[in-house]
Design a protein around this ligand. Structure first.
Ligand SMILES: NC(=O)c1ccc[n+]([C@@H]2O[C@H](COP(=O)([O-])OP(=O)(O)OC[C@H]3O[C@@H](n4cnc5c(N)ncnc54)[C@H](OP(=O)(O)O)[C@@H]3O)[C@@H](O)[C@H]2O)c1
Length: 260
């Protein structure tokens, strides 16, 4: 198994490391030293090594995972020189491939989008461009989706935001049940259980559209249809679409590249 260097030990990279170890990744995992306490704790929990500098991570790892926030990229880039041909898997949302290549010359850059469920090996893992090394390394974190072009990858980033938004929708639905008198745990079980029913049905019928699956339930005269009439009258999907547009616009009209 190849070794992996983590540049930026934070929320997301920590979950990637946990997921990799959980899936049996037995290569060395080398951590950047910043945020020392967090790095030490992760090293202890997941059998990693905290290196003395970012360059030491680069020098001793076959592949690199970049997990700093966008405003830290320039400083990090000034601290390291990747090895020629070294894979650099970037988790940074909105940082396009051309800028990545210019910022880390010599590295083979791949963009990656995934969610916190990587720690349970159940994330949607999106990569661009297609890359066998990235696919093999990150595949165990969940379901891999390989994008052939960058605008498609940006759309996948919007989809990753939906993951975060869903929690708020489900919380609203749970809260409605609670306001009507159900205990919180029961309300949560009902909302998540019905969501899981929906996912199970959609997965069992990949050939049927999501709309068709819903229409098969909301047949005329049903309670589901009565509620759907209200939803269609005041479509919440318009608001969701607007949120998607705002994020997509921000990704396409990103600020100028960080200087090296
Ligand atoms: N969180 C998500 O769900 C998600 C999803 C998709 C993509 N992303 C992307 O993932 C990236 C990380 O997000 P996050 O929420 O995990 O951020 P985070 O928790 O803030 O982690 C970033 C880590 O990088 C460290 N760092 C900053 N500059 C560094 C340097 N020069 N050398 C080494 N380490 C450095 C930070 O240390 P300090 O705290 O000391 O600055 C921090 O420990 C972002 O670029 C984001 O766009 C996140």
């Amino acid at each position: 198994m190849q070794s992996l260097g983590i540049l930026g030990v934070g929320e997301l990279t920590e979950k990637v490391v946990r997921g990799l170890r959980r899936s049996g990744f037995d290569g060395a995992i080398l951590l950047s030293p910043r945020n020392a306490e967090r790095a030490r704790a992760l090293a202890q929990a997941c059998n990693c090594e905290v290196m003395s500098s970012n360059q030491a991570v680069v020098d001793n790892a076959a592949m690199l995972l970049l997990g700093v926030r966008p405003d830290s990229v320039a400083q990090l880039a000034a601290e390291i020189t990747p090895k020629p041909g070294q894979h650099l898997l970037s988790l940074i949302a909105g940082l396009d491939l051309q800028t990545l290549q210019a910022t880390f010359p010599g590295a083979v850059c791949v963009r990656v989008m995934l969610s916190y469920t990587a720690q349970f090996n159940q994330s949607t893992v999106v990569i661009y461009p297609p890359d066998e090394t990235a696919r093999i390394c990150l595949g165990p974190l969940g379901s891999m989706v390989v994008m052939d072009d960058e605008p498609a990858f940006e759309l996948a980033t919007v989809a990753a935001c939906m993951n975060g938004w869903f929690y708020f929708l489900f919380d609203d639905l749970q809260q409605w049940l609670v306001d009507k008198g159900l205990p919180v745990e029961q309300a949560r079980t009902l909302v998540l259980g019905n969501l899981e029913d929906c996912l199970a049905s959609a997965r069992a019928h990949p050939d049927r559209s999501l709309k068709a699956l819903g229409q098969a339930i909301a047949t005329p005269g049903t309670y589901t249809a009565a509620g759907l009439d209200v939803l269609n009258h005041q479509p919440g999907s318009a608001t969701w679409g607007a949120a998607c547009e705002v994020v997509f616009d921000a990704l396409l009209n990103r600020p100028p590249p960080p200087s090296n």
